[in-house]
Design a protein around this ligand. Structure first.
Ligand code: SAH
Length: 272
């Protein structure tokens, strides 16, 4: 097989620029205090292995790969040695990561853009096992994730990821570096787990509050958060008037894009 035919439905845009590929692999930094050596790393969507070739050169990495496309899997098996036992054919989104990795592991990939948000939501589910992610995504998605409060693109993923990770926008990659070229620019970001062990609020409710608040992002939060406030009123046995007073607090007049992680923690405690 010469090469893999690019399939749009799988988000296949193969990186052809070797310098960029090396820079992405170099961006993954295994912490010196890592408990295991070599450190387990999962590459998501290796495709034809442009990142894989450099990852395999690194002695500080114990590489595993997950690829959904059987044609790519076949290509990798024939072009790279040592793929047996490392390369899995399947869907990253349904992969039982705890079965694959008993402890910590990092994630790297030139992610399929159609599922990049879902990949990051999955990272959040395993945040205590994943100290670092290096990923290429659509430039807009990279900006959104790295954005600080107050910006128009600051959203659900920004808050949820920034709660647990320090996020660096590393560099932009033009569409000419891919075959076939995507319609949008790309960017590489790095997420490093911050030191936080708990948020200081109910974490499930925090997720709900963030998602609900951004449900109507151009409105004061009073509107989208009313049902959550009403649920609290019911639990507490408040009168209509008490509920109205509660919702009259300043924080509910803000738009969600104004709130930092700490503000959302405080808001979650208010609604608990
Ligand atoms: N890393 C390669 C390919 C990037 S394109 C490169 O840089 O050139 C994205 C890759 O992700 C494709 O190979 C595609 O088949 C794979 N992919 C798409 N959805 C996937 C999923 N759900 N799980 C695992 N791999 C997936």
């Amino acid at each position: 097989m010469m090469e893999v035919r690019a399939k749009k439905a799988l988000g296949q845009h193969f990186l052809t620029d070797q310098k960029v590929a090396r820079a992405i692999v170099d961006a993954l930094v295994i912490p010196s205090e890592a408990s295991v050596s070599p450190f387990p790393v999962l590459e998501v969507g290796p495709g034809m292995g442009v990142l894989t070739q450099y990852l395999l050169e690194r002695e500080d990495i114990d590489l595993k790969l997950i690829e959904i496309d059987s044609e790519s899997v076949e290509y990798l098996l024939t072009h790279f040695a040592g793929m047996q036992g490392r390369l899995m054919e399947g869907d990253f989104l349904t992969l039982k990561l705890e079965k694959l990795f008993p402890g910590q592991f990092a994630i790297i990939g030139n992610f399929p853009y159609n599922i990049s948000s879902q990949i990051f939501f999955k990272v959040l589910d395993y945040k205590d096992q994943i100290p670092q992610v290096v990923g290429m995504v659509q430039k807009e998605v990279a900006e959104r994730i790295a954005e600080k409060p107050g910006s128009k693109t600051y959203g659900i993923l920004s808050v949820l990821l920034q709660a647990w990770y320090d996020i660096e926008y590393l560099f932009t990659v033009g569409s000419g570096c891919f075959a076939p070229p995507p319609k949008v620019e790309s960017a590489v970001i790095r997420l490093k787990r911050n030191g936080r062990e708990s948020l200081g609020c109910d974490e499930a409710l925090f997720k709900t509050v963030v998602k609900t608040a951004f449900g109507q992002r151009r409105k004061m939060m009073r509107n989208p958060l009313k049902p959550l406030a009403a649920a609290k009123a019911a639990r507490e046995g408040w009168s209509e008037e008490q509920l109205a007073d509660f919702l009259a607090q300043d924080v509910f007049t803000l738009r969600p894009e104004r709130l930092s992680v700490e503000d959302f923690v405080a808001l979650t405690n208010l609604l608990a």
